[in-house]
Design a protein around this ligand. Structure first.
Ligand SMILES: Cc1cc2nc3c(=O)[nH]c(=O)nc-3n(C[C@H](O)[C@H](O)[C@H](O)COP(=O)(O)OP(=O)(O)OC[C@H]3O[C@@H](n4cnc5c(N)ncnc54)[C@H](O)[C@@H]3O)c2cc1C
Length: 301
């Protein structure tokens, strides 16, 4: 049923999509296996690309013919060049994207890339011969051969999700964790440990009073990421983001839930990103402040 591939990429997140595109464009025959073909290049957290550090990476990927910059430009709903008050080396492009359009655009670009085949299944283990990866075994029982294998499984390997007092296995909200690969890697001498990350709550825009918030408009000029001249939305059609603030009453309300927060009950043991503090973290660590910023960002058009 399956032909012999040059490369199998396991996981069609941003990394896997770039890997598949790069290899295929260099002439390799690629099979991209992913757990759900409807979530190709899904944006896991807030639908934004770039910002400080990642903005530079997206541009570097673009410079070596990757697709992330193009997809970001095609699906942006707001563009801002951050750090404009500093020197040009510090400028950081950031797009707010339409979550669904981003994913669809990625899929369309991959479908139009010759040499990429798609298959929906979970890779359970890597077939190893003489210390070399020569294919994969899948959850549905297939053994698929390839000259090399790239694992781009994102947050899915034995992933655990914490929501308040609940804790359950999952790769991302409403998606199963991937099992098997971690155990095999550990058996082959790799070390495994846990990283943690958080994501903001999603709220219904119709329940918000935007008149009480500060508007954060996009730039008047949309520079974008890609060095190719990608057609983008008109600057005047950009959607605004908003900023609002907590107050002392908000802090009091939030503190009543600290005993249920997995951050404080010891259920989360992994190391987290330093610049991604949750609201309870901010209230706790900077207890002398009477307000904290809250960013309100649209998920799409
Ligand atoms: C809650 C949360 C918040 C985050 N916040 C941010 C943020 O603010 N900024 C940021 O830059 N990043 C953030 N991230 C990290 C985010 O995961 C990455 O930016 C980006 O999605 C990583 O891309 P990836 O391709 O490595 O993995 P992912 O996007 O996670 O994609 C992995 C893909 O592999 C598939 N897969 C996994 N295992 C298998 C398997 N065994 N077989 C077949 N398919 C498999 C999955 O179905 C998925 O499609 C966050 C992640 C989460 C979960």
């Amino acid at each position: 049923m399956f032909e012999n591939y040059d490369l199998i990429v396991a996981g069609a997140g941003h990394a896997g999509c770039e890997a598949a595109a790069a290899a295929a464009n260099l002439g390799s025959k690629v099979l991209l296996i992913t757990m759900n073909l409807n979530t190709i290049a899904q944006m896991s957290c807030n639908p934004a690309m770039g910002g400080i550090a990642k903005g530079q990476i997206v541009r570097e990927i673009d410079a070596i013919s990757g697709y992330s910059g193009i997809v970001s430009d095609k699906s942006l709903i707001q563009f801002r060049m951050l750090n404009k008050s500093k020197g040009p080396a510090m400028w950081s492009p950031r797009t707010q994207n339409d979550r669904m359009l981003f994913s669809l655009t990625w899929r369309e670009m991959l479908e139009n890339t010759p040499n990429v085949d798609f298959y929906q299944d979970m890779v359970q283990s890597i077939i190893i011969k003489n210390g070399q990866a020569v294919g994969v075994k899948t959850n549905l029982g297939h053994e698929i051969k390839a000259k090399s294998v790239i694992i781009t499984s994102g947050t899915f390997l034995n992933g655990i999700i914490h929501i308040g007092e609940k804790q359950f296995g999952g790769g991302r909200v409403a998606e199963k964790a991937a099992t098997g690969i971690t155990e095999q890697l550990v058996a082959n001498g790799f070390e495994s440990s846990r990283l943690k990350t958080g994501t903001p709550p999603r709220v219904d825009a119709r329940s918000l009073d935007y008149s009480k918030m500060e508007i954060q408009a996009g730039d008047e000029e949309i520079v974008g990421f890609s060095y190719l001249n990608i057609e983008k939305i008109n600057p005047e059609d950009q959607l605004p983001c908003h900023i609002t603030f907590t107050n002392e009453l908000t802090h009091e309300i939030l503190k009543t839930g600290f005993d249920k927060s997995p951050m404080y009950t010891g259920r989360i043991e992994g190391v987290g990103p330093r610049y991604c503090p949750s609201i309870e973290d901010k209230i706790n660590r900077f207890a002398d402040r009477d307000r904290h910023q809250i960013f309100v960002e649209p998920e799409g058009i």
